[in-house]
Design a protein around this ligand. Structure first.
Ligand code: MN
Length: 147
């Protein structure tokens, strides 16, 4: 389980991402704007930041740059999840220092796979009782018709 700071001003997206992450066994710290996120980052840095770009006030690019410039926070993976889906937007996010970039609508499989990529050492939730068909270790029913 990891502590994930979820920076998202849209209530529906916040709820959806929270459900997905908690179901996976992660602790979710919600922040609906950059200022709230900064308070959490200063008080108790998370293992990963899920970053919306369009926020009231300071945007996600700016907050990502600030994280990268702060020696106490610079190591934290920042995964951008945004509806800004033009090519230039991804470049801007990469230049700001994000570690991954996903576009909305939020896709559960993509989101969890990116988080696993960025937090390779975090053992995820207890697997018992999680019969997800896309569980990478779930070999039991490997009866797939062999590609
Ligand atoms: Mn937003």
């Amino acid at each position: 389980m990891s502590r994930i700071l979820l920076v998202e001003d849209n209530v529906q997206n916040l709820k959806l991402a929270t459900v997905i992450l908690r179901h996976e066994g992660h602790e979710v710290i919600p922040a609906s704007d950059a200022e709230e996120a900064e308070r959490h980052l200063a008080a108790n840095p998370p293992d990963l930041v899920l970053m919306d770009i369009g926020l009231p006030g300071k945007d996600g690019y700016t907050l990502t740059r600030e994280i990268r410039r702060n020696p106490a926070l610079a190591h934290i993976p920042v995964l951008v999840v945004t509806s800004f889906a033009m090519k230039g937007d991804e470049r801007k996010a990469r230049e700001a220092g994000c570690s991954g970039y996903l576009t909305k609508p939020i896709n559960r499989v993509e989101l969890l796979s990116e988080i696993r990529r960025l937090l390779p050492n975090a053992s995820s939730s207890p697997r018992a009782g999680r019969p997800g068909p896309e569980d990478p270790s779930g070999r039991s029913g490997a009866g797939g018709a062999g590609k």
